[in-house]
Design a protein around this ligand. Structure first.
Ligand code: ATP
Ligand code: MG
Length: 257
């Protein structure tokens, strides 16, 4: 190996090391359920999908490959299937991990201090964030219970508000639509829409049911309006990217393998 290519190889090695360190930090902070940490596009078997679902998968695949553009635009996505286990959460996590990789590389490219090997990140820095909505809302409640804190001071609450890419997993799947659930969701969605932040939603419910008085499951008039306002913002954010998988009890991957 010549002197210059040796040097290049050395630079590449430290580049990879630094990018990996940033990536690992982002992932540790992303709140991804350990069960889903290995999910990627590479280990998603699309061959088992129906041809209609393969088309939807291809659209999402392209979206993930170009996740930097999606974050810039921003373009949000609604992954929907009536029945569970088709792989929505798997795919959403794959997108989040790709975004983490892109952000780590961007940091290396744009920051000289980072290239010099300095690690200038706050332990709480969470540019990508995963939240299972019902579990996350419960965690926020537990976080503040018995303390003087207002729930908006919870770190989880702030991360969902501010991260460059957020997965809101199982949105609208709640059994009970309480004021806390619906008002928090509206606040997050409204903030992210206004601040041009991309969001990936997964759900077993079509958000459109909340738009119409005839179909909304929220019976209370005021809360029905809160849910409608949320759904109408979601609708705006995911235009062209409402990806509805055809599903049945037979398409549940958990029961197959
Ligand atoms: N096509 C697939 N290839 C590989 N693994 C898959 C595939 N589909 C689903 N899985 C795996 O099956 C499990 C269930 O998938 P996942 O949780 O993503 O489904 P979901 O659509 O989010 O379900 P739910 O509606 O219950 O939230 C996960 O462990 C996931 O990694
Ligand atoms: Mg899921």
């Amino acid at each position: 190996m010549s002197k210059s290519s040796k040097k290049e190889a050395g630079t590449e090695l430290s580049r990879d090391k630094i990018v990996s360190r940033i990536y690992d930090h982002i992932i540790r902070q992303a709140n991804i359920d350990p069960l889903f940490l290995d999910c990627s596009l590479d280990n998603f078997d699309s061959s088992i999908l129906s041809s209609q679902n393969q088309k939807i998968f291809k659209k999402f695949y392209k979206y993930v490959k170009d996740i930097s553009t999606a974050m810039k635009l921003p373009q949000s996505v609604y992954l929907y299937s009536k029945y569970p286990g088709i792989g929505k959460t798997h795919l959403a996590v794959a997108a989040l991990k790709k975004a983490a990789r892109e952000i780590a590389e961007e940091e290396f490219k744009n920051k000289e201090t980072v290239r010099q090997g300095i690690f200038p990140y706050h332990p709480n820095w969470s540019p990508v964030y995963f939240l299972n909505v019902s579990e996350g809302l419960m965690d926020i409640k537990n976080d503040i219970e018995g303390s003087e804190k207002d729930f908006s001071q919870s770190q989880i609450y702030q991360n969902v508000k501010l991260a460059r890419l957020v997965v809101l997993d199982d949105i609208f799947n709640e059994i009970r639509f309480t004021p806390f659930v619906l008002e928090t969701l509206l606040y997050w969605v409204d903030y992210r829409l206004k601040n041009n932040l991309a969001t990936i939603f997964t759900s077993n419910h079509n958000f459109e049911i909340f738009l119409d008085e005839e179909t909304t499951p929220v019976t209370n008039e005021r809360l029905g309006a809160v849910a409608r306002n949320t759904a109408s913002r979601v609708s705006k954010m995911v235009q062209g990217y409402k990806l509805a998988f055809d599903s049945s009890p037979k398409t549940d991957y958990r029961r197959k393998y």
